[in-house]
Design a protein around this ligand. Sequence first.
Ligand code: SF4
Length: 271
Amino acid sequence: MKHQYIIPIFVPHLGCPNDCTFCNQKSISGQTKRVTKEDVKNTIEEYLKIFKENTYREIAFFGGSFTGIEKEKQEELLQVAYEYVKNKKVNSIRVSTRPDYIDVEKLKLLKKYGVKTIELGVQSTNDYILKKCKRGHTFQDVKKASKLIRRYGFDLGHQMMIGLPESTKLDELNTARDLAKLKPKIVRLYPVLVIKNTELEKEYKNGEYEPLTVLQAVERCKEIYYYFTHKKITVIRMGLQSTDLICSPENEKSEVVARTISRSLWTASRR
Ligand code: SF4
């Protein structure tokens, strides 16, 4: 199998009117300015320079909610990416988005520009927990979007979180069971990080939210990982990528507040 490489393009908070209590996309991605087609081109070119020959390359639009971006802007960004697929410098494109931002029209647009994989930020399938985090969607939205994505021939990905407010180990196992039934091809597991300037930071500081310890997070991720692996669903990542901003809370520059998981737990592949 060819080595796989990702060209990450962050579109922080673009297309997302939401404010999930744990989210500050600008901090997570370290990026605040609006992404342009020139940015996309420059990023792709930079990465292509360092990739070895004969590798599998994928352009991934991360952060924000891609299908929530206005149609013209989606097309502007996708057009650039699709050129690289057409001239065979890149193999595929993936986007991540919210479950309630999927419908037939949006899927047709993604098809037109050769998108292969759609990852949905699910986080939990427990509606009470989703509400507590102000996700603004329900498990029903996840079911509907997942089925539609598969029906239109895309690879389906799910992202779930470990240690959300009021979420227990059992809630997380139930989420994994619910997701497995929707047949995702890939899954990402993200233990919660308490990030600066989020509602979760306030909850943590006033004692309403207690983050998992590193050991607890590892234990919980391990069980979910085994469950998905047993179901032949690939867990492609556990934990956010460690960066200058996403690092130990003791580091002055860190955007992470609580003393919990502060770096990528483990990376299953280069995806
Ligand atoms: S939907 Fe995603 S990008 Fe939007 S606030 Fe929630 S986590 Fe952040």
